[in-house]
Every structure is written in structure tokens, then in C-alpha cells.
Design a protein around this ligand. Sequence first.
Ligand code: BGC
Length: 727
Amino acid sequence: MSWIISEAGRQLEKTIDFGNKFLIGNGYFGYRGTMEEYGKEELPACNLSGIYDQQGTAWREPINAPNGLYTQLFVEDEPHDLRTGEIVAHSQQLDMLRAIHQRKTVFSGRAGKVTIESDRFASSTDNHLLHMIYSFSLEKTARVRLVTGIDGDVWDINGPHLFDYSYYSESRTIAVTAVSGELGHKIAVADTISLSFEGEVRIFETEKGLFRQIEFIAQAGKSYHFTKAVAVYTSQDVEIPLEQAIKASFSANKTGYKLAKSKHVEEWKERWTMSDVLIEGDEKAQLALRYSIYQLLILAPQHGQTTSIPARGLSGQTYKGAVFWDTEMFMLPFFLHTDPETAKNLIKYRIQTLDGARAKAAEYGFRGAFYAWESQENGQDACSDYNVTDVFTNRPMRTYFRDKQIHISSAVAYGIWQTYVMTDDRSLLLNGGAEVILECARFYSSYAYYQAEKKRFELVDVIGPDEYHERVYNNAYTNKMAAYTIDIAVKALEALRDVPDYREALIRKLDYQEDMEQLAAMNAELYVPEPNDETGLIEQFDGYFKLEDATVEAVRSRLIDPKEYWGGAYGVAADTQVLKQADVVLLLTLFKEEYTEEVKRKNWQYYEPRTEHGSSLSPCIYALLACDIGDPEWAYPYFMKTASVDLTGESKQFAGTIYIGGTHPAANGGAWMAAVLGFAGLEIREGKITVTPQLPEKWQKMSFKIQVKEDVYQVEVTKEGGNIWKQ
Ligand code: BGC
């Protein structure tokens, strides 16, 4: 059973939630878990990866393709629609093992009981394809009108983005193309169907859609079905997307649903063989962890795509479909350990967007690479200066995420270096990786101030991971990560010594000679806040301990509106020690070997009651550090929180008045980290793989695979110890 996620009953109030929870995808698109008959009010979406558009001055966001699965069944002109019909039973489920979404609804109407079932999957073997089989049966013989086609009237947060719709139909294939308003991207969706029955077919178009209507008399008790192969292409993929989409959907239909499904299922089985993590003794944790892994697998850029993974995955346009530090710091470890090729693709996205990062640094008067806080294609920053709307005045609030969250560049450098070290693939450094690291280091050296009287470099006026405290000085995490970036820049230059020509050419190209001296100075003199000798505490930033020491509950009780933003200039948390998310604790987790257990424990205990976990990135880090200090029972609730965030739907839905719901791939990645790096205590150092188990009470055993360079290892862990062997 722990492969199935299911819900029963109509539960219309959860329509948006279920759209996220039952998401399918294949890296190229995500298709929300909505019903086939739904219109844009229910937020269906075929959300495309890496293709964006802007409407007027509204936020740029990814494009939702026309909905190729749209289908509505009328029996004696009565719509059989989950929203309005009389329902006898309804269930929706996700089979994670096979990555198939299923729905079954029994309606009661003029033709007695009418049962509708559908299975759909986002093909894992050709990520332009979406397949569906839709079947129905009636208790009494009746006239049926089936409408199925491509609905271009799609859900948009800041749209509409698609214009100039044009239509095509030939035999069993129909297609819709549209052009995006800002950049003129062409989007084409084609759909070919095969019917198990005959009927009178009429093609009709609406302002933004093309549909077929098939009418016939359905016999009592007989089962009817049709299959649909939907293909999506854009002008970013091919020159004439319409042609390609038609071709792909036609040939997929010819291959047949059954064969397409069996190939898809085979591919998924293979993925699970490598990425599943088994937990014995805790069904609930098993299901939640698998679900987290499922979410990561449906987002992984496949087939050579060099897009990255947005903060809300492919569940819609929330967070502008933008890529944050979430990818490198929270998702990358899963891919690095189970699918290094995908990890490399994610890294390539950052290498390809280096020019955008350079442009951003220059815009603020700095040198080097200042990566986008909310990165879209070409690395431009989608984060606006007014990123939150005040709930009281409805005015956009000035926030400094874009200008001051400088730790983003260190996350990029960290990700590249981790990938290089794990895979030992020098081509990553030679094909742009080293250049990115050097440019990130240069950015920090250009951002830093030398405080002569203190004889040290400082990073002033920044925002650390805790976004509730803006424009602080010497955020410990940021300073430590900047120091790390400088350190790896030095190491990268060292690593290139045996390719002297390349090294020289790179230094020349970047005009880096003087920077190298500056890096050496910074390496020695960049201030990194240390644990206090008496308390063992690391101060999150200069002056943090002087802020009001209110509890999270006290701060929450000061809210006038539940959607109110806690940070910014006047937020309820801003002048208190309440923090949004793991900050010092994240630093201690990443650099755990540099701090004593006592320091880690004291900081965990100090910061934990003061953390609001207003970001889904937070609980997993508390779980990880708790495991590291030998307290798996402290870690367990945080693990469950991170692993079930998209199952329960219990997450923040608003920042000010802005809807931020969707799936949470960073938390999903965090669940994998908490399980494998936390509870199992997996570590790989200089090629040596070890485990230090800290299993929660209920867990008897964990087993999983990891890949290190070319080798795959099986790892088994019990409370007593672990076994690791090469496969
Ligand atoms: C968090 C950031 C995170 C972003 C996207 C924000 O709420 O504070 O750290 O990158 O969400 O997940």
C-alpha cells in the first residue's frame, strides 16, 4: 500500500490542494491533479519548464500550455461533472511506483449510475507526451455526448500569456497553437485519440480552444473508452512546434496507449530501483518519504534538458516558476547521490546563466557574479523590489530579497563544487564550473568591506536565510558561505594546475590576476562569527541577541491579519529574535565537522524555540542537526513535517496577499537528506563511505542505494550499525 496516495469523496474545498498533491510530471511539464472536466477556475495546468512570459508590468511567470486532456461527458445533455453532479462515489489516486494518476467517479443521473474512470501519465520516455485513457459506462441505455479536446483558456496568475490562437484538425488529430504576448514564444499542443466506439463526430472551436464532440447511443452496462496522446512543443524546442506536436501525438497514438504505458512504467521501475529508500517499522514515514522522492523524480530535468527546478516545482506559476537556492542547497544532494547526470544538468543551468549573474552584479555596482534570487531563463532576476503586498493597505512593500540575499551566489558555487567532488568529473570545472566559482568569489570580494580598525573584511547590509531580518550586518551563515566560496575558488585554481594552458587562458579571460591576491587576503581575513566562549552560541548577525526575546507564540499573537507578512520593515518578527527558518543551524549542519557537539547542541536548543518555520526549507535542517548530535527523537517530528508537507497541504499559502501555494521540492529534497544523511548518517569523505545510524525509535531498518562516481552501492542500516556493499 505504501505506493498509493489516495483521497475519497468530492472534497471540493480541497480542489487546489489536490491539484498539487496529485501532480504528475516529467521535468518538461507538470500536469496538476485536477479533473478532466475542470475549467480554469479549478486551476488545471500543464505547467511548462523554463519558458516564461510577462503580461504588462505584472510578474513574469512560466507559461501554462493549453490543456490537452480536457474532457466532459454529457448523458442526455446532463453534464457529468465532479463540481456539480450528483455523486455516489469518487476517488482519486496516485500510483507512485508507476507514476500514474487515476480517477474514478460514480455519478447518479438520468441514465442511472454512470461511472467515469481515467488513467493518465506524463511520459517518462518522451517528455513532450501526456497520455490518457478515459472510460465510462452507464447503468441505462442513453444518448451520450462526449466533448474532448484542447482547452486554451488556461489558468494564469499574471496572465493571460497566450494570444493568436490557431487551430488544426485532421482525422483523429487536432491541434492548437498560440503565441506568447511578450516574447512571441510559440506553443503547440496536439492531441490524437482512438475510440473504442463509433459516433457522430463534430469539431468545434471556441475563442481559445478546439474540441471534438462525439455523439452516440451508449448501451446499458457496456464499457466505452478512448485513449488520448497529447504532445506539447514550443519554439524553444523546435522551429515549427505545430508540426512536431502533430507528428509526435500521431505517432504516440499509433504506438498505442498500452505500449507507451508499459515503457513508461519500466522506466519508472528503474528510477525507483536506484532512488527508493526503504524504512522498516514505520508505514507513515515510508509513504511520506516515497512521496517526497516521487516529487523530485517528476521534476528532474530529463533527456538532456538544462533547465533547473523551480521552488514550487512544476505545480503552477506561483513563485514565478523561478529557481532559488532551494535547488543547490536542498534538492541537489538527492540527485548527486542517486542520479549524478541529473545533478550535472542542474549545475549546467547555473553555468549557462552566468552572464545574467554578471549583469546583476554590475547593476548594483559590484564585480563578479551575483546570481538571481529568483532566477528565470538567462538568469534574469524575477524578484521585484516590492515582493510582498501589505494586507492592510494593499500596497506593494519594499523588500530587499533581490538586492541583499547575497548568499545565493555561494549556493551556486557550493553546488558546483559538491558536484565536482562527488563525481570527480573535471569537465564540469573546465566547461564553465570553475569560471562560475571564480566569479562568485570575486563578487564577495567586491561586496566586502575592510574594517581597518578590526583588521578584517565584513559583509554588511545583507539578508541571511532568515528573511524576517533584512539588511543585517555579518550574518554568520552568509559570511561562512562567502568564506567557503573564496576557499573553493582557491582550490579550483589549484585543481586546474595540471591544465596550465586552460588555467592561464581563464585567468586572462577574466582578468583575474589581481583578484587572486585579493582572494588570498580575504581567505585569511574574512570575518566569520564564532561560537561565544561561554555560551557556545553563534550570533545570527551583529546585534541579534539584543533584539526582543519574544516567543514565536507571542509574536504570532500580535498579528492583526493571519496573512500579514512577519518580516520587512514593520513585520511582527523584525525587531524580535524570532526567525523565519534555519539560519545558524543550517551553517552548523553544512559545516558540522568544524564545530563541537556541544556547540551544535547549544545552538539547536537556542534557535529551535525561536524558529517559526515560515519556510518549508526549515524543518529538514533541524532534523539533520538533531541527528548529528545524536537526538533522532528531536529530529523525527521535523522529518515528518518536511516529508509530508505536500501530502497534508499544511504550508503557508500566502506571503502578504500573494498566493504562494504549490508543491515544495526543497522540502522533498530535505526529507531525503534527513532520512539518508540524518537518520542513516551517510557520509562520503575522500571516497570512503560510512554510516552513523541514528534511527528513530520505530524504525528497525533502512535500505537504499547510492551512486559514487561510476559505482552503485547498497546501504543497509539498523540501530546497531550498517552494511555497505558494491553492487
Ligand atoms: C524562503 C526562501 C526560499 C523561498 C523559495 C522563501 O519563503 O525564505 O529561503 O528560497 O521561499 O522556497
